[in-house]
Design a protein around this ligand. Sequence first.
Ligand SMILES: NC(=O)c1ccc[n+]([C@@H]2O[C@H](COP(=O)([O-])OP(=O)(O)OC[C@H]3O[C@@H](n4cnc5c(N)ncnc54)[C@H](OP(=O)(O)O)[C@@H]3O)[C@@H](O)[C@H]2O)c1
Length: 319
Amino acid sequence: MKAFKHERYGASDVLELQEVQKPVAGAGEVLVKTQAAALNPADWRTMRGDPFFIRLETGLFQPKFGILGADIAGRVEAVGPGVTRFKPGDEVFGDIGAGGFAEYACAPEEKFALKPTNLSLAEAAAVPKAAITALQGIRDYGQTQPGQTVLINGASGGVGTFAVQIAKSLGAIVTGVCSTRNLELVRSIGADHVVDYTREDFTNQTYDLIFDAVGNRSVGDYQRALKPAGIGVIAGFTTLTHMVKIMLLGPWISKRGGQKIAPMNANINQKDLGFLKGLIEAGHVKPVIDRCYPFGQIPEAVAYLEKGHARGKVVITVK
Ligand SMILES: NC(=O)c1ccc[n+]([C@@H]2O[C@H](COP(=O)([O-])OP(=O)(O)OC[C@H]3O[C@@H](n4cnc5c(N)ncnc54)[C@H](OP(=O)(O)O)[C@@H]3O)[C@@H](O)[C@H]2O)c1
């Protein structure tokens, strides 16, 4: 089968179209004919091996596996022994961690759920990682209650566009932070208020929850913009220093009582994929797709996402 692989770390030109072995579904695994894949910042970070510590997992000097792509949607081609939830022909979506930039992908059945009936495969591929991050950030880490004020920094990106819709579906009053060109988009997906970060500073007001999908603010900024019992959930990071500061200072602030500030790590699971399928089928959430690239243009798509200004999700379609 064809796959985009990288044999070394670097810019998107390290991604090369290669002929590789088609995977075989082992016990408990599902083999999917990939029909669409979606990009996440984790793809270009892994491609670059940056920050360096991720190489402890992906390979110190060169990539161990080399096929990027976590989010996929497609048709089940075969199932391994012991698979109970899927059968050949089912249309599924899921986050398989890596290996999605290929014509076929194989992963444990827990990584998948049946595709929402009202989405195309390209739309379904856009959902898993970004929407689960948004869901767990807003509902679980953020403990959002109806009527609470929720600020979403990075509201126009892959995670942010889901976060705005999920927070609204939980009854929150949502403020989305984005640049001038995205104000209308963020309003159109349900934000009650918008803050243009090129003109205004969102820390001038206070909120019950700040969900940060950018990660460009200091701990002091979060403290200033949170109500006395407010929660800050930090999903994205612009620098390693910022990440370390949140990891060190967050627990200390949270321990003192009152405000809580915590980094988050999405835990991809079938239950939450199913929950999102329900929200999507009920019409509460719809993926926002910025661009669709054909399979052969995966390097161009990754380079585009890496610029950091996608409006919603960037999707790959595989013939
Ligand atoms: N913790 C986890 O488990 C987890 C899981 C998934 C993703 N993440 C992280 O979450 C972050 C967001 O992911 P993503 O998929 O949403 O990325 P993305 O789609 O690449 O985000 C791009 C968006 O960020 C906006 N943005 C850039 N600078 C901004 C600023 N200063 N203020 C407000 N918005 C700004 C851009 O809007 P403009 O063009 O208007 O600037 C653009 O719409 C990434 O760091 C990613 O690694 C974490």
